[in-house]
Design a protein around this ligand. Structure first.
Ligand code: PMP
Length: 354
């Protein structure tokens, strides 16, 4: 059919399943098991629906000012979007506009190659080492930009700020994006490097550490000039990305730092406990500094364990892809949820032995 010759054809990103059945233990999309800061409830309770008649603030000032204050940067250094997916997608479109390939790891967030394809950006996937580490020397080649998550997903491996700086030092002509979706679970942010490198863009999200995946808030912090370029593209596509309520809830949630720290600490504690118990069951995994563990078992097939967990209404994430098809990515839930998971794993391994 002729019209089909002109279609932009893409193989879309596949998001983790949001099961419709009840009583599931949902450890498949790295959501936070705890609710958002309690005062966010007041915003919802007091929201006047007549506000919905009006367009929201296209400049998202309430939220941008709150983020700027929280991270001690100027509001002109902050860009917000509908989840960090929206922010990263805009950043690909704005900054990755070269004939040279954009570089990112072979094992990483599986949305990067989808954005590169949809925007027709050339890219090269750089092989992580055998133990899923980044070798900074691999990023010392001509390129049209660099992006990777730190900690990486789905491995959970954290690289040092020094490693990021080493990559920045040799790439002054490319925008380097560090996707810090999971940085609040024990990693050191590279935000301080913004003072030295005008080509660095740091991206974070409310979806994990701030328990607000359902509100869809992500943000980027960078040099004022970078943020201006991002806004030029955003305002050429959709001025009103953030709705009234989201702006208010996002700003409110930053006010309660104690609550934020208590939730992330609980998750870190549960993660460390889960690591120990998984190791006792014979699982191996790269050391995670995120809210998930990327686990493999030398004696059991990951896809079989994944299906058997699902049959028990325990959802984890599995990819049938080269290098990682013997791993499951397990989100850290509450201690009770992790105990259910560990009991189920023990039972499944027992069944498979018979
Ligand atoms: N970056 C990474 C590395 C992720 O794992 C995710 C979660 N899927 C995102 C970005 C996007 O998250 P969100 O759009 O919810 O902010």
């Amino acid at each position: 059919m002729s019209w089909e010759n002109n279609v932009r054809r893409v193989v879309p990103y596949v998001a983790g399943e949001q099961p419709k059945i009840s009583d599931v233990i949902k450890l498949n999309t790295n959501e936070n098991p705890y609710p958002p800061a309690p005062s966010v409830q007041n915003i919802l309770d007091n929201f006047n629906i007549s506000k919905m008649k009006l367009y929201p603030d296209p400049n998202a000032e309430v939220l941008i000012n709150a983020i700027a204050e929280n991270y001690q940067v100027k509001p002109e250094q902050v860009f917000v979007g509908v989840g960090s997916d929206d922010v990263i997608s805009m950043a690909f479109l704005t900054f990755f506009n070269s004939q040279r390939p954009v570089l990112f790891p072979d094992v990483t967030y599986s949305f990067y190659d989808v954005w590169a394809d949809v925007y027709k950006i050339p890219y090269q996937q750089i092989k992580l080492t055998e133990d899923f580490r980044i070798n900074p020397d691999d990023y010392k080649i001509p390129n049209g930009g660099i992006i990777f998550p730190n900690p990486n997903a789905p491995t959970g491996v954290l690289e040092s700020v020094d490693l990021i700086e080493e990559i920045l030092q040799v790439n002054p002509d490319s925008v380097v994006m560090i996707d810090e979706a999971y940085i609040d679970f024990g990693g050191e942010s590279c935000l301080p490097l913004l003072k030295k490198y005008e080509n660095l863009l740091v991206i974070q999200t409310y979806s994990k550490s701030r328990s607000m995946a359902g509100m869809r808030i992500g943000f980027a912090i960078g040099n004022e000039k970078l943020i201006r370029y991002l806004n030029d593209v955003k305002f050429s596509i959709n001025s009103y990305t953030m709705n009234h309520l989201t702006l208010l809830c996002g700003a409110e949630s930053l006010k309660d730092d104690n609550y934020f720290r208590s939730c992330t600490s609980k998750i870190i504690e549960t993660r460390e406990d889960t690591k120990q118990k998984l190791a006792e069951l014979g699982f191996i995994f790269p050391d995670s500094k995120s809210n998930f563990i990327f686990a493999s078992h030398p004696d059991y097939d990951a896809s079989i364990i994944f299906e058997k967990l699902k049959a028990r209404k325990i959802f984890v994430r599995y990819w049938n892809k080269p290098r990682i098809n013997q791993y499951m990515r397990i989100t850290i839930g509450t201690p009770e949820e992790m105990n259910c998971l560990l009991t189920a794993l023990q039972e499944i391994m027992g069944e498979l032995n018979r």
